[in-house]
Design a protein around this ligand. Structure first.
Ligand code: A2P
Length: 275
């Protein structure tokens, strides 16, 4: 599939309902469909919105008196003047069944507060940062990978992304490929980011859940790196509930401790939100 459209506000459709009080109303500037289950989109950024790279916001559509809001990780970095999101499409999902139909010029609404645990300040300093993701759980890492703070704090970053099918890996592949050419952070990222992806259902060059790949040691031999060690490494985890549980258990088994902004430590976890 992989269709992309660019800004053309001429075709903006009228709002169906008034914008609720205390929410931002922003305009869609681009939409890109990856598969029949995944798409990304960018909207204008409210001037007063401040957030940390890795955080999420609540977004919705102005299509009801009381619109449905769902949590979405912001996939763009804190310095960007647009906001990017990476979303699943659920045919009967209260929000995504409609959100997947958005076009350039449409309005997306957003609550004004951002929050989240996947922020570099919730981790103590270390040498390597491992970002473990499945599906749309890659979104907060798309933000962090484009933020200079990440490279100030860590020398090496390894992003893992596991999906059912090959086409679902495209977003992450494009993200990492574009990092080195990025005029703003390309110099910082050169040679410091490694993408490690796998599929679990469709045949590909590397198959298996990340837990199995780490558990068997294949992860380390494929990348030719030392084993995960709380002395030198930090871990961020985002994806499906079961993956979070299993990777958290794995990390704790290796001696990692869960951190927060109040008590920074060696790993942090956040569920990838599904609308
Ligand atoms: P699998 O296909 O074996 O279930 P989903 O699309 O359902 O959100 O899943 C995204 C990816 O996360 C899939 O590749 C899925 O593998 C994988 N996954 C699901 N549960 C776990 C788990 N407990 N540990 C590691 N990976 C998991």
């Amino acid at each position: 599939m992989n269709t992309i459209s660019t800004l053309n506000t001429a075709g903006a459709r009228p709002l169906q309902f008034p914008i609720p009080a205390n929410v931002y109303a922003e305009t869609v500037v681009s939409v890109k469909h990856y598969t029949d289950r995944l798409f990304s989109f960018r909207i204008t950024r409210p001037q007063s919105l401040r957030f940390r790279s890795g955080e999420f916001v609540m977004i919705g559509l102005p299509n009801a008196e009381k619109p449905v809001f769902r949590a979405y990780s912001i996939a763009s970095p804190a310095w960007d003047d647009e906001l990017e999101f990476f979303s699943i499409k659920v045919p009967d999902g209260p929000l995504t069944s409609q959100l997947q139909k958005i076009e350039i010029g449409d309005t997306v609404i957003m609550r004004q507060k951002s929050t989240g645990t996947l922020v570099v300040d919730a981790l103590t300093p270390a040498k390597r940062l491992f970002m473990i993701s499945t599906g749309t759980g890659i979104a907060p890492f798309a933000s962090l990978l484009r933020d200079p703070d990440t490279y100030e704090k860590f020398e090496q970053v390894v992003l893992t992304h596991t999906c059912r099918d090959n086409a679902e890996l495209t977003y992450g592949q494009e993200l990492v490929a574009e990092l080195e050419n990025d005029p703003l952070i390309g110099e910082l990222t050169g040679g410091r980011v490694t993408l490690y992806n796998s599929t679990t259902r469709e045949t590909s060059g590397r198959m298996g859940r990340i837990t199995a790949l780490i558990g068997s040691g294949k992860f380390y031999t494929d990348l030719d790196i030392d084993k995960l060690d709380p002395e030198t490494d930090r871990i961020m985890i985002c994806g499906s509930m079961h993956m979070l549980r299993d990777v958290k258990e794995l990390a704790e088994g290796l001696g990692f401790q869960e951190g927060s902004l109040h008590h920074p430590a060696s790993f942090v976890v956040e569920r990838a939100f599904v609308g």
